[in-house]
Design a protein around this ligand. Sequence first.
Ligand SMILES: CC(C)(COP(=O)(O)OP(=O)(O)OC[C@H]1O[C@@H](n2cnc3c(N)ncnc32)[C@H](O)[C@@H]1OP(=O)(O)O)[C@@H](O)C(=O)NCCC(=O)NCCS
Length: 191
Amino acid sequence: MGAGDPSMGNWRHGGLVIREARPDDLDAVDQLERGSFTSDRVSRRSLRDFLRAPHRPVIAATVDGELAGYALVSLRKGARRVRIYSIAVDQRFARRGVGRALLQACEHYARRHGRGALTLEVRYDNAPAIALYESLGFRLFGEHAHYYADGGTALRYQKSLVPGARPEPQDGRPPGEDGRAPRRAARGRTL
Ligand SMILES: CC(C)(COP(=O)(O)OP(=O)(O)OC[C@H]1O[C@@H](n2cnc3c(N)ncnc32)[C@H](O)[C@@H]1OP(=O)(O)O)[C@@H](O)C(=O)NCCC(=O)NCCS
């Protein structure tokens, strides 16, 4: 790991570059989103809005200038935790550490915004993603039955960024940080 602006969480490793996504990444991010999820995808319109948002909630991973993966985080005002809303890696770049690098960038993002934890939802049968999260120290802390469009259960994972802190118990509210139902785009997917 070497160059890049550490304050932005950007870094390079071999051909892999992690950086803030920009509005002109829209086509590539949208294509990746559509190629990675079969239902309840984040719409192109939402992606466009996220890519323009001043707090830069979309993180891009590129290899030789090509989008290899992306992560989208939700940063709610006043929330203690940053929620990882979507993460996907192009199959052509699978198992090369891109997903891990994106999650580390999400951690960096959360710390940079003074948040103490990361949370996410993952479909109960998404074994590759669960293995990835657990390998990075995410811990199961709850679940939501009938979370996905087909009735599948979502497992809720959390990673504390504060040394020694215990994961917060499930509060029984839906996964929106403030208890509001999350956008439909996030419900039916494998996140
Ligand atoms: C899940 C996903 C993001 C992983 O991305 P990736 O770049 O291939 O993952 P990495 O190369 O960083 O893998 C890191 C670790 O995750 C685990 N892992 C990743 N893919 C795995 C697989 N297919 N089977 C088992 N473990 C896997 C392994 O522990 C791996 O470490 P290792 O390669 O040293 O064994 C990717 O498969 C993906 O985009 N899937 C489709 C979209 C999706 O399901 N997103 C998650 C929604 S919750």
